[in-house]
Ligand binder design. Structure first.
Ligand SMILES: [Zn+2]
Ligand SMILES: [Zn+2]
Length: 170
């Protein structure tokens, strides 16, 4: 699995960490929370906890992976970040605001953003038909990323039914 690039040298990171009013979200402001949230928001690569831990240690050398996981859980509970958990590969985290959907590779776990404005219509229809008020929680599509698709094709492992390893249909 390709690990996400460092936030500082990622050309796509124009995504400035949002200033959080910690008291308004009901959390005490701590360096750990600020750094972990800032790292998740600094990249569009949907990083793993390991990557966040690696980057956080540059700033807070003593921060443990357990603290990173606990902090991610707290930030998620407060709705500041999203977690994409899935199968055999580690969870990915997203701190990017604004409506966007996601596609996740069933093989390597990579998560990418995808803008589908039409999804707004789908949410409205769901609301009309059910009386539910839709939250903005993003949809998650599954498939094989281009790199995994090519790798499987080269090895001749891709079955004609379009089933990825692990039995998931693609
Ligand atoms: Zn992949
Ligand atoms: Zn995203």
């Amino acid at each position: 699995m390709a690990s996400p690039r460092s936030a500082s040298d990622d050309p796509r990171s124009g995504n400035r960490p949002t200033q959080i009013d910690w008291r308004a979200v009901g959390l005490r402001r701590t360096p750990q929370r600020e750094i972990v949230l800032g790292l998740v928001q600094s990249t569009r690569d949907h990083p793993t906890a390991d990557w966040i831990h690696h980057e956080a240690r540059r700033i807070l050398p003593d921060i443990s992976l357990a603290t990173v996981y606990r902090t991610l859980r707290i930030l998620k509970e407060k709705g500041l970040i999203h977690e994409f958990s899935g199968g055999a590969s580690p969870s990915r985290y997203d701190g990017v605001r604004g409506d966007h959907e996601h596609v996740r590779c069933v093989r390597c776990g990579m998560v990418e953003d995808v803008a589908i404005p039409e999804v707004g219509d789908v949410r409205e229809r769901v609301a009309e038909r059910t009386g539910f008020r839709m939250s903005s929680f993003p949809l998650l599509f599954h498939g094989l990323c281009g790199r995994c698709f090519r790798e499987l094709e080269e090895r001749g492992e891709r079955s004609p039914q379009g089933v990825a390893p692990g039995g998931q249909r693609i």
